[in-house]
Ligand binder design. Structure first.
Ligand code: 4AD
Ligand code: MG
Length: 480
């Protein structure tokens, strides 16, 4: 085993026992103070060098970005900002970093914009901001599994390559091994998928829901946590072409149970971050305060990052039907003054993110769960209500984020589902297996999808979704 990481060392008592620790140089002041970081924590370990006792050539190689190994003893710190530091006895340069080249990278010690960091996404993990965000991302992923495992759910993996369109929205990336320069055609002049690898048209999944439903019908409570893909051309701060989705699916749950589950789950993972990621959250909270200072007063938030997280954990989400929401929006100031880009004229309108954010940020001032949407603006699989025009859908809306969860009670009645599929042009041959579930022991069941990156955005306070996933995939960008 290698020696302890910096996180552990910083929590240790001074000791004469020699230590060995490797990391990257964050700064080197006065030829004496090395700030060393190994990624285990946002905090650096101060390593104090008596440069008089070291070879000048070696000292010259201790530069920002270099990988080094330090040997020494842990002593009480003389300076401010840390309680312990390493009195260095030996240094090995593991990997140099030429300052002449470093100065053209984001490793150089000055402020870089998030856009600049994105261009050098392979190096940005060495910055404080990305270290904090990605440690939180990892902890949140663990909390997701912990929540479901503690509550009797089984983790299942749904296929990434599939023959069906789970959302029926046609926003899919095709998967093929055909030669795009000479695509085989059939007698009707259409693409002959029989000649393709899977002998049928296939694509990257947009959601694992339909397959998760099949497993909920045997295991009872399941969840997925995997990558999903959407070929939607939305260049916003909340959309990715490749994102990770968490999808629980539960037999015998109705919409109300589903809302309870979503609320309880989100509160658990947010609380987990508060309880386990204090240093990183403190850093991100300060970062946000600095960022806010550049904004006009009216746009600044009156809550700090951790206050916002605590607010979510401590308060009930407001549950509001689509119909009530439309009334609120119709009578709202921005609607009457035509300040919305899409003015709400009547029941049935699809809600845009400006409307969702108005409800959450201005009207209710707390997370909101909207339910019972009009059938024709939602997917084919949602359960039709007795009124014949709304479905048992729910969206969880969050401040600053908008929609963080989308889910529903599923249509469990064979005939109703079949009719709906015909009406919405969903081919029965493709989803015969999904219909089968309604023939063999069908039951009320529900589930939802939570976009993991939107959750990470909320918890870290990062404004752009491209900054909460290591290598974002967006229209026009698949670098790295
Ligand atoms: O609302 P959506 O499209 O719902 C589904 O896919 C359902 N099949 C889920 C289910 O019931 N099992 O997507 C669910 C969530 C959204 O609320 C949002 O958080 C996230 O996935 N999401 C995206 N995140 C990042 N980039 C995108 N392009 C996203 N599209 C959806
Ligand atoms: Mg949705």
């Amino acid at each position: 085993m290698k020696s302890k990481g910096i996180k552990e060392i910083l929590q240790s008592e001074p000791s004469l026992q020699p230590l060995k620790i490797a990391g990257w140089v964050r700064s080197f002041r006065s030829n004496r103070f090395i700030a060393l970081n190994d990624g285990s924590t946002i905090k650096n370990l101060q390593c104090v060098v008596d440069f008089e006792n070291f070879d000048e050539n070696l000292i010259r190689k201790i530069t920002v970005g270099a990988a080094i190994e330090v040997e020494g003893v842990l002593v009480e710190s003389q300076g401010q900002g840390q309680t312990v530091e390493i009195q260095v006895e030996d240094i090995t340069i593991l990997g140099e970093a030429d300052p002449e080249e470093v100065k053209f990278t984001i490793l150089s010690p000055k402020r870089h914009t998030l856009e600049k960091l994105r261009e050098q996404a392979h190096l940005r993990i060495r910055t404080n901001t990305f270290g904090a965000v990605m440690r939180l991302r990892s902890k949140l992923a663990f909390a997701v599994h912990e929540y479901f495992q503690k509550n009797g759910f089984y983790y299942m993996n749904t296929p990434i390559i599939t023959g069906s369109d789970a959302e029926g929205a046609g926003e899919m990336f095709g998967v093929t091994t055909m030669d795009l320069k000479s695509i085989p055609l059939n007698e009707q002049g259409e693409i002959d998928y029989k000649k393709d690898f899977f002998e049928k048209e296939s694509n990257l999944t947009v959601s694992g829901q339909l397959e998760a439903e099949t497993y909920a019908m045997g295991l009872g409570k399941v969840y997925t946590f995997g990558p999903t893909f959407r070929a939607e051309n939305s260049n916003t701060s909340r959309h990715l072409a490749e994102f990770w989705m968490i999808e629980p699916e539960v037999a015998f749950y109705d919409l109300s149970d589903n809302m309870d589950l979503a609320e309880d789950f989100i509160k658990y993972v947010v609380k987990y971050a508060l309880d386990h990621c204090e240093d990183d959250l403190d850093f991100l909270e300060n970062r946000l305060i600095q960022e806010e200072k550049t904004k006009p007063l009216a746009e600044r938030s009156d809550m700090s990052l951790k206050d916002k997280l605590r607010f979510v954990v401590d308060n009930n989400f407001k549950r509001v039907s689509y119909t009530e929401a439309i009334d609120i929006l119709k009578n709202s100031k921005p609607n009457k003054k035509k300040k919305f880009k899409y003015v709400i004229e009547e029941w049935g309108a699809d809600l845009q993110s400006e409307h969702e954010r108005f409800l959450v940020e201005k009207h209710f001032k707390c997370p909101v769960i909207l339910f019972d949407y009009p059938a024709n603006i939602k997917a084919f699989y949602m359960r039709l209500n007795e009124d014949g025009k709304t479905v048992r859908a729910m969206d969880v809306l969050f401040p600053g984020i908008g929609e963080i969860v989308g889910g529903s009670q599923r249509e469990e009645r064979y005939e109703v589902l079949k009719e709906k599929m015909t009406a919405m042009d969903i081919p029965e041959e493709e989803l015969y297996w999904y219909l089968d579930l309604r023939k063999f022991g069908t039951c009320v069941h529900s589930g939802f999808g939570l976009g993991f990156e939107r959750l990470v955005q909320f918890v870290t306070g990062m404004g752009n979704i491209r900054d909460v996933i290591p290598y974002p995939r967006t229209p026009g960008n698949a670098e790295f």
